[in-house]
Design a protein around this ligand. Structure first.
Ligand code: PLP
Length: 247
């Protein structure tokens, strides 16, 4: 690393190292509790609102997967990190507008939030000049409140039903359907949310046997998500600290 402005201060590095050790222990304990192999669970460090220097420090501590939820912030950060010679796997986890698809496919390795046929098609056409396919998860709405994002399980809605969206991803040569993602709905106990998600995922895998990924669980509830089969947990504040604004 030659750019000193992108280097985290030693005290910040120590803080991140301590946070990471704690999260790793929590993940290992949650896996052990239900007899799952720790290697089945990938931790995504959600670095939104935090600087590229934190990404570089986390990468130096062995974190390979980073998550972002806004294209404008993520594009700049990914470029800064790449300029320092570091190439983590970037996961786009936020609601995505179709007009951002072209930008996102330039730096993202995976998009977790595909929730409409139109978005799947926009991503598919944006992947035309990528060398490798883009991993895509379909985001599921667990409470049917489409305003908060997510495709609708069991719905034949041609634009936002889970199966039509999954089909649109599966048939796109530039996309690889890797699984499902969900956020526990506001006001739901995590147990209820992730039990419902596990049920939806079971039915989904019967149709799409290769799509075994399950992106679920955040700082406050990832142990419960692991209990219900999460393969990707998205951890922000418990690792990096409280964000100034909630988003
Ligand atoms: C911000 C965010 C996270 C991380 O949330 P924390 O509670 O800070 O761990 C996870 N998933 C999504 C979709 C997010 O936007």
């Amino acid at each position: 690393m030659t750019d000193s402005s992108a280097t985290a201060r030693p005290d910040r590095r120590a803080e991140l190292a301590a946070g990471l050790a704690h999260i790793r222990t929590r993940i290992a304990d949650a896996c052990a509790e239900v007899g799952r192999d720790r290697a089945e669970v990938t931790m995504i460090a959600v670095t939104k609102t935090y600087p590229a220097s934190d990404v570089l420090a986390l990468a130096g501590l062995g974190v390979t997967d980073m998550g972002e939820n806004r294209d404008q912030e993520a594009a700049g950060k990914a470029a800064e990190v790449a300029a320092a010679g570091v190439r983590p796997r970037w996961h786009f986890i936020g609601q995505l507008q179709r007009n951002k698809a072209r930008s996102v496919v330039r730096y993202a390795d995976a998009v977790h939030s595909v929730d409409s046929v139109r978005l799947a098609r926009a991503l598919a056409s944006a992947t035309a000049d990528r060398e490798s396919p883009l991993d895509a998860m379909v985001q599921v709405s667990l409470d049917g409140d489409a305003a908060r994002g997510g495709a609708l399980p069991g719905s034949a809605d041609p634009g936002a039903g889970l199966e039509p969206v999954a089909e649109a991803v599966a048939e796109a040569p530039g996309l690889r359907l890797t699984g499902l993602m969900a956020v526990a709905p506001l006001g739901w106990e995590p147990d209820r949310a992730f039990a419902r998600l596990a049920e939806v995922a079971g039915a989904f895998r019967a149709i799409h046997p290769g799509a075994t990924g399950l992106s679920a669980g955040m700082s406050g509830d990832f142990e419960i998500a692991i209990r219900y089969g999460a393969t990707h947990v998205r951890v922000g504040s418990a690792l990096l600290g409280m964000r100034p604004t909630l988003r």
